[in-house]
Write a protein that binds this ligand. Structure first.
Ligand SMILES: [Zn+2]
Length: 111
């Protein structure tokens, strides 16, 4: 099954957040296992994502913990601004990046 670029990017963010959590735990002196495994999985995943997607994601992640947020009922779950319905229709069809005009996060639409 070929996953869309957006789906891969969402998975990448999940892994990044998990790696961050693992580091947090380590700071408190708990030994963590699997951190290397997570990083390996991250590399593998990142290699399947196109450069422009990765670049946009990386830039946003410098400012925001969650660079990608879901949209539910046309509402951005990052800042709760209503998105134009037309954007949602396009986003479901095209595999390209749509961002929230208000908070700048990358959006993905939940069915
Ligand atoms: Zn927003």
């Amino acid at each position: 099954m070929i996953k869309s670029q957006m789906e891969l990017l969402v998975s990448l963010q999940d892994l990044d957040l998990m790696i961050e959590e693992a580091y947090e735990v380590e700071k408190f002196g708990f030994p963590t296992t699997g951190c290397d495994e997570l990083k390996k999985a991250r590399e593998e995943l990142a290699s399947r994502i196109s450069k422009p997607f990765l670049f946009r994601y990386k830039r946003l992640r410098e400012k925001l913990k969650r660079a990608i947020v879901p949209v539910k009922n046309d509402i951005c779950l990052g800042c709760f601004l209503k998105q134009p319905t037309s954007v949602g229709t396009r986003a479901r069809e095209d595999d390209q990046i749509f961002t929230c005009e208000n908070c700048g996060r990358i959006l993905y639409w939940l069915e």
